[in-house]
Design a protein around this ligand. Structure first.
Ligand SMILES: Nc1nc2c(ncn2[C@@H]2O[C@H](COP(=O)(O)OP(=O)(O)OP(=O)(O)O)[C@@H](O)[C@H]2O)c(=O)[nH]1
Ligand SMILES: [Mg+2]
Length: 981
């Protein structure tokens, strides 16, 4: 004991000059027998005379730094001071022993009764240099720091003079003589081998930011938050029994805030007041609002250091693999295993954040997960603890989106505006820091420079004035003073709003619009059902009450609406385009049959029925016109022949010669004449389909007549005669019946079901179709993986495909080409007849090179394979100039002595298909440098379309995986890709 006491330096001992000279002094309570001689006593400290000081302000911390302050020492009755200010009383929750507060936990140190008179003095309160010297607390902390991996911080009494120089330990009137630069101070202030200044920085944040006082720091969490490098028992001077709520931690800050009022009183006690910088609550708020560059760098630095961690391993113990359950920090994404998570995250006053990340804003991508407890946490904490941690995580201020990070119409939001925005009936979804525009009249809301993404509650008093260029529109058309974007312009056009002459519209929240300066309301853009559809396709918002046509239909079927964040995340859009007659609408209809529980509603079916009934009469009209033409041609030919024959024949009765292959009986002829007259007068639609039943027998009779059949066999010479006219004409009597209900096959072949000039879209999921292999587990129906098929007619793309740019959020383009086009011609309105395959090629070139699709995946669907197979044996592929080098190798057998071509038509069809596919692939590669996916289809076969669309889905998956692997491994060769079909 005497030896020990001898080692205690006298009160006035100088501060050790170097570490080597350090001596450790511990006062231990003497329990032995009474002693006869005098023993030296520690001089009681006059706590009234001890000033408080702020910590060092290294210049590197930047301007926005706020300083935590060593609390002014409480009056001899600190309880009174604190309680007077309405702040939780630290003393009331801690044991009567002294307290040392650490960043990563709070420990109780059994301090000896220094004064010997029973008055306990918190080590944190001992700020005077003399006191430090005499008590050697510094050394003790240093020792403690060596024992802990994550060292606690003790705020040393540093001061900054007005010249910016740092004085350390200069309080209490005794400057140690060392007036240091901030750099020097960093060295000087290092504790336990850990940079003091950086720890101070963390401490500052902790003390200034961890204002959440709600999270309960259970003894369990608390104990584990103090880490010992050897993972054995903590030093005996740390009580593991004590329980301190985080309330007390944050109360340090609170007590400081509360005691700010008393600052002036305390300041008078500070001897070198001019050297002391006190914390400014205003400044703290500024730092709270957002992170500064240093902090961002700090997080980035931390993240970079994680790259060295073995993949899948815990970031703290470095053990485990990717299957190990882990919890990630919401700030730096460091992942910790179940053994380490509580040590790494401590009491979680702001939820799941590493201790070093407390006080930093969360990663925006993790906002959705705030307050959603993980399995791992549930295992580690009691339900009360998880509840409280989750509550703190969700509600603590640091994790909220800060209003000063949101700009609306160029104006930074204040707290009130943020509250208005958040609490309105229809708030912006997934709000992230950034600049937005808001049309208060219509409720349109979007990111600055972009088209609207949502219609929120109108008339909210937030942000500045909407500027004309808010969405960077360049259409010359204005809505509520904002020049609208191309997508909106297109939407208005498709919705039937007249946009000629660059009008300025006033659009109300209910959708009614009028031209500026005019009294009359011109219409309501939401009044037409197709506006919703168009908006869905163009990724434009619709008013929330109306919902999204396609999305809602699907949601209604299951009875549960799909959360918006999921909807946005996983709706994959396929764009289906192709030249006229390529089969896009057939594929589109197949998709509806394949993937939608109710492909067509009753009203739609009724509408299709009328269309089919009308179209039968339209086909008949084409045939009758054709018949007349062909008959005339024949008669002319016959007349010419007669003229060339002997004049002796001239006087003969030529009634027989007037009868041609295309002639019909007088009865049918009179019906035909009447019908063509009605057609020419444009009254056909007035009579049919109302008169369908009445005339059906005549139509049937005509259809069966050899003259009409002969005409039909020359259908390629008839304008607008669809392949499937015969399909319907065959059953004209049935079709004409009242009770006729179009079958799926009828709908598939019917014209006009999918709008010819506009666009159509359908949302769907991929169910396990009857064509799937039962064991094919990969193809499980996932209702949350949603797809949208958008079919745009070639005519709807506009000049130079200018409307394609509206489809920027398309995931894949499915380009459809009819294989049977190679020998067909079309003038496409240009007046000159061109080979249809070459027209396909031209369109393909302009779409794949369109700037909107620079990095887009393309799937080429070579459709009408059945027709190709049937035709290619008759008409060589080389009739098309582009295919002139198609020279399939024909194996010839000479078994029977006669040369026979053993190449059957099917294999010829396959070869032709592969040849055409290779042609397109090469073309695509030469234009884009990328690979083209190709598949063959027969649009009339459900299986074939199903496979094609699933192929499109797989391509998306592959591409995503490819991106993922590139990101994860940075070693992925696309050259090795076997994805190309
Ligand atoms: N035999 C056969 N006919 C098909 C195939 N795909 C489509 N058709 C038919 O080809 C014709 C044109 O198909 P659509 O799907 O209407 O073509 P589109 O791309 O919509 O072109 P437009 O109708 O001009 O807008 C229709 O009569 C279809 O029934 C196919 O694979 N095989
Ligand atoms: Mg069509």
């Amino acid at each position: 004991m005497a030896k020990l006491l001898r080692r205690m330096p006298p009160a006035e001992a100088a501060f050790p000059a170097s570490e080597d000279e350090d001596e450790y002094s511990f006062a231990v309570e003497y329990n032995g027998p009474p002693i006869a001689y005098e023993i030296p006593r520690a001089v009681p400290i006059d706590i009234e005379s001890i000033p408080t000081a702020a910590v060092v302000v290294p210049t590197a911390f930047g301007d926005r730094l706020t300083l935590p302050v060593i609390q002014p020492l409480p009056s001899p009755d600190p309880r009174k001071t604190l309680l007077d200010n309405g702040v939780p009383d630290v003393e009331s929750v801690v044991s009567p022993t002294s307290v040392i507060a650490f960043e990563e936990g709070v420990t109780n140190a059994h301090d000896p009764d220094l004064s010997g008179d029973g008055s306990n003095v918190s080590s944190a309160e001992i700020c005077g240099a003399d006191a430090i010297a005499s008590l050697n607390i510094d050394d003790r902390v240093s020792e403690m720091g060596n024992q802990t991996e994550e060292v606690g911080v003790m705020e040393l009494p540093n001061t900054l003079d007005q010249s910016g120089k740092l004085s350390i330990g200069s309080l209490g009137g005794q400057d140690t003589g060392a007036s240091r630069t901030p750099e020097q101070s960093e060295e000087f202030g290092s504790l336990g081998g850990t940079s003091f200044s950086s720890r101070q920085d963390e401490s500052r944040r902790l003390s200034s930011r961890s204002g959440s006082s709600d999270a309960l720091l259970s003894s369990k969490v608390f104990k584990e938050s103090v880490d010992f490098s050897n993972d054995t028992n903590p030093p005996d001077w740390i009580s593991t029994e004590s329980v301190l709520s985080s309330r007390s931690l944050s109360s340090e800050y609170s007590s400081h805030k509360a005691s700010e009022n008393c600052d002036s009183r305390h300041a008078s006690n500070v001897k070198r007041a001019s050297l002391v910088t006190f914390c400014d609550s205003e400044g703290r708020d500024t730092v709270d609002a957002s992170i500064n560059e240093d902090e961002a760098e700090s997080i980035q630095g931390r993240k970079e250091s994680y790259w060295k961690v073995k993949k899948g391993a815990c970031y703290r113990c470095l053990k485990g693999n990717r299957f190990t359950e882990k919890e990630a920090c919401f700030v730096c994404n460091a992942k910790y295993c179940s053994n380490c998570v509580l040590r790494a995250m401590g009491s979680m006053p702001e939820g799941r954040k590493c201790l070093t990340c407390i006080g930093y804003p969360i990663e925006e991508s993790k906002r959705e997960s705030l307050g959603k407890c993980s399995r791992l946490l549930k295992k580690l904490l009691s339900s009360l603890e998880t509840q409280q941690v989750m509550k703190a995580e969700k509600s603590c201020e640091m994790n909220q989106l800060q209003p000063d990070n949101i700009f609306v119409n160029g104006k930074q939001l204040c707290h009130e505006e943020m509250a208005i925005l958040r609490s309105c009936p229809n708030p912006p979804s997934k709000l992230k820091p950034g600049s937005y525009w808001y049309d208060k009249v219509s409720g349109f809301w979007g990111k600055e420079g972009n088209k609207p993404c949502k219609i929120i509650s109108p008339h909210l008093n937030v942000g500045g004035v909407l500027m004309p260029d808010a969405s960077s529109g360049n259409t010359g058309v204005f809505i509520n003073n904002r020049e609208i974007t191309k997508s909106e312009y297109r939407m208005l056009q498709w919705a039937g709003v007249q946009c000629a002459g660059n009008p300025h519209f006033w659009l109300d929240a209910d959708g009614s619009y009028q031209e500026e300066g005019q009294k009359n309301i011109r219409g309501n853009i939401w009044g037409k059902a197709r506006t919703k559809l168009i908006c869905s396709v163009l990724s434009l918002p619709v008013p929330s009450k109306l919902g999204n046509a396609c999305g809602d239909e699907l949601a209604n079927q299951t009875g549960t609406a799909i959360p918006e964040y999921l909807e946005q995340r996983i709706l994959q859009k396929f764009l289906l385009v192709g030249a006229c007659g390529s089969g896009t609408s057939t594929i589109f209809k197949q998709a509806r049959f394949l993937y939608r529980t109710v492909p067509y509603s009753d009203e739609e079916v009724e509408d299709i029925k009328c269309k089919i009934q009308s179209s039968v009469y339209k086909y008949l009209g084409i045939l009758l016109e054709g018949r007349e033409r062909f008959e005339e041609e024949c008669l002319m030919e016959a007349r010419k022949n007669r003229m060339n024959q002997l004049p002796a024949d001239q006087g003969n009765d030529n009634r027989e010669e007037n009868h041609t292959l295309y002639s019909i009986s007088p009865r049918l002829k009179s019906f035909s004449d009447w019908y063509l007259k009605v057609m020419a007068s444009g009254n056909l639609e007035a009579i049919f389909p109302a008169a369908t039943r009445e005339y059906a027998p005549s139509v049937e009779e005509l259809w069966k007549d050899t003259a009409i059949q002969s005409t039909y066999s020359r259908r390629s010479e008839l304008q607008a005669m669809p392949t499937h006219a015969s399909y319907f004409l065959e059953q004209v009597v049935d079709i004409a019946k009242m009770e006729y209900e179009p079958s799926n096959a009828d709908i598939l072949r019917a014209e006009g079901v999918t709008p010819a000039n506009g666009l159509a879209c359908t949302d769907f999921t991929f169910p396990c179709s009857p064509y799937d292999d039962i064991d094919d587990n990969d193809d499980q129906h996932d209702p949350l993986l949603r797809y949208q098929l958008i079919r745009v007619h070639a005519k709807g793309l506009g000049e130079n495909c200018k409307w394609l740019e509206m489809f920027e959020d398309i995931r894949i383009v499915i380009f459809c080409v009819a294989l049977s086009d190679y020998d067909e011609f079309s003038d496409e309105g240009s007046g000159t007849s061109q080979n249809k395959m070459l027209l396909n090629k031209k369109m393909f070139e302009s779409i794949v090179t369109h700037q909107t699709f620079e990095q887009m995946d393309f799937l080429l669907v070579l459709n009408k394979f059945d027709l190709l197979e049937e035709k290619v044996g008759r008409v060589p592929l080389s009739v098309c100039d582009w295919f002139d080098d198609f020279k399939p190798v024909i194996s010839r057998h000479n078994n029977s002595g006669s040369k026979s071509n053993s190449l059957n038509e099917t294999s010829m069809g396959q070869r032709a298909f592969h040849y055409i596919a290779a042609k397109f692939k090469r073309l695509f590669y030469s234009l884009t440098g990328r690979k083209l996916y190709v598949c063959q289809t027969n649009g009339l076969e459900a299986t074939s379309v199903d496979l094609a669309l699933k192929f499109a889905r797989e391509i998306i998956k592959w591409e995503e995986e490819k991106t993922f692997f590139v990101a994860e491994n940075s070693v992925f060769s696309t050259e090795d890709s076997s994805f190309s079909h």
